[in-house]
Write a protein that binds this ligand. Structure first.
Ligand code: SAM
Length: 332
């Protein structure tokens, strides 16, 4: 018996429901490689941002680092190790992971963990590859306007659904217009990600909110670059047909300009949107890492060579380097 559901609903139970993909024991790292898994250098860059925020806030007694969509806490553990070295931040940074998955057993008790965003944080909120996993609906251009696409969770087969509501129609009109698109062109309604990002920005009383993800901008969406849609499945490191049965990751590119506008409405200012390949070397340079890892000279240690190759992976223009960093300051 088939059970046709909108993609958002099917994705929510496939990823986060009972027995869902993100509750599996191994966690996301078993199925795909994020910047966090690729290199400890991401933690170094995050620490550089924490230092920036610390100076900006006048070195408060307590500074929060909230990792949203924290996976199995890998980034927080890397940062905790770096914070063990004596520095101006010593003893002042409180680490907290937010994830729908259970608290990882290996996290030390001083690292907080919750399924919900903590309120009134002051410091850095960082979300690596979180927003692309926030479920959304898929629509298709039809003769009388966009129609919701329904999916059978058991097979991934699709069927045309009914017309969309006013809220989704106005999101599409602003961010992913389909009026000039041929019949059958697809779009993903990013509204739930805007809400998720606005909530994240809204949870900060002061500091910086950063979302890192793969994404697209309105000009390219309107030009039809993504008219086949971007919804994809991943399992065991391979791209697979997206079937919302809990067996694979389900992810879609993020309309980061729309999230940025939502973040601004929630109090975010000084919005910047740049590529990982451009920002990461700057941040690593600030913290004195780039000297060691930039261009290995003859006789460079094996460790420095390994770091150079990690940096190359993180800044690869056809891979992780193409990821966007959305940064927004908050001061209430
Ligand atoms: C692709 S993984 C990224 C993990 C980690 N940040 C990394 O870069 O390796 C996305 C994570 O976001 C979590 N997630 C998705 N939606 C969430 C929500 N609404 N609240 C908390 N966590 C969420 C998932 O459970 C998953 O662990």
């Amino acid at each position: 018996m088939s059970r046709w559901l909108p993609w958002s609903e099917a994705t929510r139970s496939a990823l986060y429901g009972h027995g869902g993909f993100f509750h599996s024991e191994q966690g996301p790292a078993a199925h795909f490689r994020t910047s966090v898994h690729a290199s400890g250098l991401l933690a170094v860059a995050v620490l550089a941002l924490v230092e920036r925020v610390d100076v900006e806030l006048g070195q408060p007694e307590r500074l929060d680092l909230v990792d949203v969509g924290a996976g199995r806490g890998e980034l927080l553990l890397d940062v905790a190790r770096l914070l063990d070295r004596p520095s101006a931040l010593s003893g002042r940074v409180r680490l907290h992971g937010v994830d729908l998955a259970e608290r990882p057993q290996r996290l030390p008790p001083q690292i907080g963990w919750s399924a919900e965003l903590p309120e009134h944080s002051v410091g850095l909120l960082f979300a690596n590859e979180w927003l692309d996993n926030v479920p959304l609906d898929v629509v298709e251009a039809g003769p009388d306007g966009p129609r919701r696409v329904l999916v059978d969770p058991a097979t991934g087969d699709e069927s045309p659904g009914g017309p969309i509501g006013l809220r989704d129609a106005s999101w599409l009109a602003r961010w992913w217009p389909l009026d000039a698109s041929p019949e059958g062109a697809r779009a993903e309604v990013g509204f739930p990600r805007d809400v998720a990002w606005a909530d994240a920005v809204g949870s900060l009383d002061g500091g910086l909110a950063v979302a890192v993800d793969y994404g697209h901008l309105r000009a390219d969406r309107s030009a039809g670059t993504y008219s086949d849609g971007t919804l994809a499945g991943y399992r065991d490191g391979r791209r697979v047909r997206p079937v919302p049965d809990g067996s694979c990751d389900l992810t879609a590119s993020v309309a980061l300009d729309a999230c940025a506008a939502a973040g601004e409405a929630a109090g975010g200012t000084l919005t910047e949107l740049c590529r990982q390949r451009d920002l990461l070397p700057t941040l690593l340079g600030e913290i004195g890492e780039i000297g060691e890892i930039g261009e290995p000279a003859p006789g460079t240690t094996a460790e420095a060579l390994a770091r150079a190759s990690e940096l190359a992976e993180l800044t690869d223009p056809d891979g992780l380097g193409a990821f966007w960093w959305l940064t927004q300051a908050v001061s209430r």
